[in-house]
Design a protein around this ligand. Structure first.
Ligand code: PGA
Length: 251
């Protein structure tokens, strides 16, 4: 069985000032050095260089929340993966439910962005997850299958060799309603099985994060599930103490 190093990723969303992101990154980097999990923060694009300035030789990793499909050209307002790579980013969150719902990103667009991120030498954090209506209609598996298959069908299972998947039930994001450890584990196992049906070794090595109202008091039971390899943390990532407590729960 592959050893998967847990990853805890902070998704800072549209928050912070130049000073507050420097303060937060400084506090997180000071506290994450002794942990065995990998710790990542994802500020807004405009704050990336400020956070890069405080990373130095610390164990903290840097990522972005989105990027363009294209590398360059007439795409007003976009930022490319190659530009993010130049600023020290190692990961890019893609297909977050807020981007899918509010910015109309289809699974095909998300798959094209995954390709661009990997071509730039970075690792996508591919977000998947169902809405409450979809869960109540018994569609969890088909919704997540569609989101994964857009990448599998376009780029093949080898795309998952340099990928992190984040399962984020839409109904749990920012709502304080966490999936139970069993509910999350069921979906994580289903995601791993779907990748394994293409290539078992890739599936066993794939890190699958849980996201959606992870807090210091529920993190340990979620992370103790066999197919949960860390978390994608929103609200609680904006407070260094809470975020570090979640990181500690992952080891
Ligand atoms: P939350 O957000 O932790 O605030 O629920 C998670 C996310 O959206 O990635």
């Amino acid at each position: 069985m592959a050893q998967r190093q847990p990853l805890i990723a902070g998704n800072w969303k549209l928050n912070g000032s130049r000073q507050s992101v420097v303060d937060l990154a400084t506090a997180v980097s000071a506290g994450c050095g002794q942990l065995s999990c990998e710790v990542l923060v994802c500020p807004t694009s405009v704050h990336i260089s400020d956070v890069l300035g405080v990373l130095g030789n610390t164990a903290l990793h840097l990522g972005a929340q989105n990027c363009a499909e294209a590398t360059s050209g007439a795409f007003t307002g976009e930022v490319s993966a190659t530009m993010l790579a130049e600023y020290g980013c190692e990961y890019v969150i893609l297909g977050h439910s807020e981007r899918r719902a509010m910015y109309h990103e289809s699974s095909d667009i998300v798959a094209a962005k995954c390709k661009a991120v990997q071509e730039a030498g970075l690792t996508p954090i591919l977000c998947v997850g169902e809405t409450l209506e979809e869960r109540e209609a018994g569609q969890v598996e088909s919704v997540i299958a569609e989101q994964l298959d857009a990448v599998l069908n376009g780029a093949g299972v080898q795309a998952f060799e340099n990928m992190v998947v984040a399962y984020e039930p839409v109904w749990a994001i920012g709502t304080g309603k966490t999936a139970s450890p069993e509910q999350a584990q069921d979906v994580h196992a289903m995601i791993r099985a779907r990748i394994a049906s293409h290539d078992n070794a890739t599936a066993q090595a794939l890190r699958i994060l849980y996201g959606g109202s992870v807090k210091p008091d529920n993190a340990a039971t979620l992370f103790s599930q066999v197919d949960i390899d860390g978390g994608l943390i929103g609200g609680a990532a904006l407070d260094a103490e809470s975020f570090l407590a979640i990181c500690e729960a992952a080891g």
